[in-house]
Design a protein around this ligand. Structure first.
Ligand SMILES: Nc1ncnc2c1ncn2[C@@H]1O[C@H](COP(=O)(O)OP(=O)(O)OP(=O)(O)O)[C@@H](O)[C@H]1O
Ligand SMILES: [Mg+2]
Length: 268
């Protein structure tokens, strides 16, 4: 027969064990709860990214389908414009139709580049000559905009070769340079720089235009963010996508009212 003290001792040992185990159980339960919460969040994210990818595919198909009838409409509208003399009041309506078609074309074209899967076709390119050719094109765009914009170059004296998809990266440069032209009201300066730094080719585009407001800086690479009436807001989203495909990076510095500087780094 156990004494009363012995029984109390045993009961208290069992109680202690029970308390310890219930503490462990509580801890395990909390961990499980946290994991369930995380799992739920991951499920939601997966669902969201599935919706986004389906939307991306759908918009790529829609954009592709819109292209053909749109180019037909553009062609016929141009023919119509040619048959109506400029002084005819009906001419301005046709010009508006042509302007509208060209805006839709820009949106559809940008949407296609942004949503479709791109396989780069890289080859070795001398960046100095390559940028020079792009600037020749930009001179024409500056003329078209009727602005007094000076182009400054800061290039290395020797050729600088990098493996790039020249057509895709040209699109990057044109988007950056067109944004700079748009940021300059009537006159200003755009400086394009090329240099190498720790295994990377750095290409910078800086302007002394109106700059980007601090609160907009975090949104400029987000698709459809625009402060322009005629903008698609896809320019910089495409820039980011194409630079990422080159395993490069892009950074931006801007001061409202002073100017903006973008710098692309591409592995050499
Ligand atoms: N160099 C710049 N100077 C000032 N603001 C800029 C500059 N580059 C970009 N931004 C700002 O970032 C926004 C997004 O640029 P993004 O190129 O993506 O679209 P967008 O230029 O508005 O439209 P799109 O490229 O279709 O013409 C612009 O609307 C503008 O507010
Ligand atoms: Mg743009």
């Amino acid at each position: 027969m156990k004494s009363q003290e012995e029984l109390i001792g045993e009961i208290s040992t069992v109680m202690e064990r029970f308390m310890a185990q219930s503490g462990e159980l509580e801890f395990a339960y909390k961990a499980l709860e946290m994991q369930t919460e995380q799992l739920k969040k991951m499920q939601e994210e997966l669902h969201q990214s599935r919706i986004l990818s389906a939307l991306g595919e759908m918009s790529a198909t829609v954009a592709h389908e819109i292209r053909n009838p749109l180019s037909g409409m553009g062609g016929y509208a141009s023919l119509l414009a040619r048959s109506i003399p400029p002084e005819d009041p009906r001419r301005k309506y046709v010009d508006k139709i042509i302007g509208g078609i060209s805006s839709i074309n820009k949106i559809v074209g940008n949407l296609l580049v942004y949503t479709k899967k791109i396989n780069l076709e890289k080859q070795s390119e001398n960046l100095v000559a390559w940028v020079e050719a792009i600037l020749a094109h930009i001179e024409i765009e500056i003329e078209k905009e009727g602005k007094n914009v000076k182009l400054e170059r800061s290039f290395p004296p020797e050729p600088l070769n990098a493996e790039i998809d020249s057509e895709r990266l040209q699109q990057v440069m044109l988007n950056l340079l067109m944004n700079s032209i748009h940021a300059i009201e009537t006159e200003g300066c755009i400086r394009v720089g090329i240099c190498t730094n720790e295994g990377f080719a750095e290409i910078s585009v800086s302007d002394n235009g109106k700059g980007i407001e601090q609160e907009h800086l975090k949104s400029i690479f987000t698709p459809f963010f625009t402060t322009k009436e005629q903008g698609t807001g896809l320019g910089l989203a495409i820039v980011k996508k194409l630079v990422d495909l080159h395993e490069g990076s892009i950074s931006v510095e801007s001061r409202s009212g002073k100017g903006t500087s973008f710098c692309i780094k591409i592995p050499v």
